[in-house]
Write a protein that binds this ligand. Structure first.
Ligand code: NAD
Length: 311
């Protein structure tokens, strides 16, 4: 549904119309923002409205409403036009430092003076991305999660230069469009969520690499045990639930044996070198069939939609 909320910001520009850009755009459009999506790649721009329509229908939004939401979104391959009236910009371009640095240098020249600039980078420090800007105090990170229109969290990352007013305005805007923003006070690689997630993935890969179990077993253990309660019980709440004394005893007896490598595992490097890239190539840690990618994406959407109803 299109929501009747008065936002402090009306004109939002999204840089990059891919997986994340399309979902972020639709979320702002749902709240009556004038959204403009820029992408230098016409192929991606051409399919934008169709992808937004599919995502909105997965959210069980009615056809007339979908039309109304899409009518708030414009698309362009002209950066100047995209930024002319921008009050808030979110960059969702590929995860390459030099590309993002160039974008931030460029958009600073073209956007109005009081515009806020946010990067949706997954793990790159915002400090590095905005390093070449003249006025760094209106730049910050907003790390949305995939699918961005269904996962509520957005990490809002502050650099040493970010103005507190820009942080507060961003957090309020995200709250107003129904997201759950969390402040990240220090600009560390991976912020909060991806540090936690990849600590888990590093151990998961290590268990397989060291022959403790196969990939199927790792995923079954997580999905059928603590994965089930993670949406309602965070790890530190869980530590308090079982007691910090028990947590200490467990750590005394297990931490010494956990994976500590500072580099990606050889097992992972080997998969990539062999072209075993996961669902898109038919094999990664496991073997996949053509239809598995779509089935998995649809299972996730359905689950997240149902979760909204019960939490
Ligand atoms: N995919 C995820 O699960 C996920 C989750 C959170 C954050 N992110 C981050 O969001 C960003 C975008 O990821 P994605 O998955 O949407 O990628 P994507 O490849 O689906 O989309 C990137 C888009 O950027 C466009 N692009 C290329 N060069 C550009 C330029 N110079 N200026 C503007 N746009 C350009 C591409 O044409 C493409 O449409 C990345 O930084 C990624 O790390 C991704």
């Amino acid at each position: 549904m299109q929501m009747e909320v008065t936002l402090q910001v009306k004109n939002v520009t999204i840089i990059g119309s891919g997986l994340m850009g399309h979902g972020i755009a639709l979320k702002f459009a749902q709240y009556n923002c004038n959204v403009i999506v820029y992408d230098p790649n016409d192929v991606s721009l051409d399919s934008l409205f169709e992808r937004i329509e599919i995502s909105l229908s997965q959210m069980e939004i009615k056809k007339e409403e979908i039309k109304k939401i899409i009518s708030s979104i414009n698309k362009t391959n002209n950066l100047e036009q995209a930024l002319e009236k921008a009050e808030f910009v979110i960059e969702a371009a590929p995860e390459k430092l030099d590309l993002k640095q160039n974008i931030f240098k460029e958009i600073e020249k073209l956007a109005p003076q009081d515009c806020i600039f946010a990067s949706n980078t997954s793990v790159i420090q915002i400090t590095k991305i905005v390093d070449q800007m003249v006025n760094k105090n209106r730049a910050l990170g907003t790390h949305w999660w995939n699918p961005p229109h269904l996962i509520p969290l957005v990490e809002v990352i502050k650099t040493e230069w970010t103005d507190e007013k820009a942080m507060n305005k961003t957090i309020q805007l995200l709250k107003d469009i129904g997201k759950i923003p969390v402040r990240v006070e220090k600009d560390v690689p991976g912020f909060i969520g991806n540090r936690l997630q990849h600590a888990l993935w590093r151990e998961a890969i290590s268990l397989v690499e060291n022959g403790v179990c196969d990939a199927e077993a790792v995923d079954t253990v997580i999905k059928s045990s603590f994965g089930r309660r993670l949406s309602v019980l965070g790890p530190l709440e869980n530590a308090d639930l079982v007691g910090t004394d028990l947590t200490l005893d467990v750590h005394e007896n297990v931490l010494f044996d956990l994976e500590k490598s500072e580099k990606p595992s050889n097992f992972l490097v080997d998969l990539v070198e062999k072209g075993k890239l996961g669902m898109k190539s038919g094999e990664g840690f496991k073997k996949w069939k053509d239809q598995d990618l779509e089935t998995t994406k649809s299972k996730i959407s359905k689950f997240l939609k149902n979760l909204e109803k019960i939490i």
